[in-house]
Design a protein around this ligand. Structure first.
Ligand code: TTP
Ligand code: MG
Length: 343
């Protein structure tokens, strides 16, 4: 399954400012009445009716649609909304691969049937609409290539299912530019050979394609037949955050050791907060002057992001180590059992 949010930045802006409803909205740099530099990040479907597009110079967008509402990019806001959407997707997927701020592949193989996968897609769409007041378009297919083309097939608010036996029929009439890597330059070469659609591309032999495009020709050959082998790769969430320091000299100065630990706790906690993680387990590590290394851990019942809870527990665990008579060479702290914060 491939999920792609509709007119993402513009849709978030519309949601935040209801007075924009029904108006053409462009998100990007300031057009300064046609004299502005920079480009359009995206625009809503109303603005697209006027010919405005992503990556177009804002000056051009202004000429095409001076009555458009032009807004600056509020990237932080979109990133925050994106995180919440990805969390929703994650909860419904066997595996999730986020590929951009508004787009992800979901492995939903455990649904077993296309019918079930479609029901799941509808559920996801409903949940995103209800929780975030945003729409997305979803494609379902036997591989990433087909799923991605399918999500783009019926935008906005689409849901397109392409069963394996329908892949060829589905692809045949589509512009050859839907294939991965087939950009304007490749299209010019193909168009000269009379190849406009994916179906047309199938009339070229593998040999012909390779002589034209090298190894990429082979990819076009396979893609035109709806074949793709790329797996859904789940990004690795960090398992823990931690820091440690080795003292300049082995020490039994309790105040120094506690103060050092305090600094480490603050650093780790700031990192957790910045990346919006809750933690359940805190581990303190010490190495004594004889190089023997020990850890002590404690786990909260519920995930938390409380600085006080983190520090109190760290100090408690560290004090256990301070009962020993040996001098301390190194101290460290880490947080485990992480969970992304929900809103
Ligand atoms: P897209 O998914 O390509 O576009 P979109 O979500 O705005 O519209 P669509 O309904 O066609 O999917 O990109 C997602 C966001 O990425 C988009 O809202 C803004 C940003 N973006 C840019 O900043 N510059 C660009 O050139 C493109 C294509 C997107
Ligand atoms: Mg999008």
């Amino acid at each position: 399954m491939h999920v792609d949010m509709d007119a993402f930045f513009a849709a978030v802006e519309e949601r935040e400012n209801p007075e924009l409803k029904g108006k053409p909205v462009v998100v990007g740099s300031d057009p300064k009445e046609g004299k502005g530099r920079g480009v359009v990040s995206t625009c809503n479907y109303e603005a697209r009716k006027h010919g405005v597009r992503s990556a177009m110079p804002v000056s051009t967008a202004y000429k095409k649609c001076p009555e458009c509402v032009f807004l600056p990019v509020n990237y932080e806001l979109y990133a925050e909304v994106s995180q919440r959407i990805m969390q929703i997707l994650k909860e419904h997927a066997d595996k999730l691969e986020q590929v951009s701020i508004d787009e992800a592949y979901l492995d939903v193989s455990s649904q077993k049937t296309y019918e079930k996968a479609k029901e799941l897609a509808q559920k996801i769409k409903d949940e995103i609409r209800q929780k975030e007041q945003l729409t997305c378009s979803v494609g379902i297919g036997p591989n990433k290539l087909v799923a991605k083309i399918a999500s783009d097939y019926d935008k906005p608010d689409g849901l397109t299912v392409v069963r394996p036996e329908k892949v060829l029929v589905f692809l045949t009439p589509l512009d050859v530019g839907v294939l991965r890597g087939v950009g304007p330059k490749t299209k010019i070469v193909l168009n000269k050979l009379g190849v406009k659609t994916v179906g047309d591309a199938r009339t070229l032999s593998k040999k012909e394609l390779v002589s034209l495009f090298g190894v990429f020709g082979e990819s076009i050959y396979e893609q035109a037949r709806g074949k793709a082998t790329a797996e859904i790769v789940e990004e690795c969430a960090p398992k823990s955050f931690g820091r440690q320091v080795t003292f300049a000299q082995d020490t039994s100065d309790k105040a120094l050791i506690l103060e050092t630990m305090d600094g480490l706790v603050k650093d780790v906690w700031k990192q957790l907060r910045a990346e919006k993680f809750l933690f359940r387990t805190v581990t303190v590590k010490t190495r004594y002057e004889d190089f023997s290394t020990h850890t002590k851990s404690k786990t909260f019942i519920e995930p938390t992001d409380s600085f006080e809870a983190f520090r109190t527990l760290a100090v408690r665990l560290l004090k256990e180590f301070l009962k020993d008579e040996r001098k301390i060479r190194l101290v460290g702290i880490s947080a485990h059992n992480l969970k992304l914060k929900k809103y």
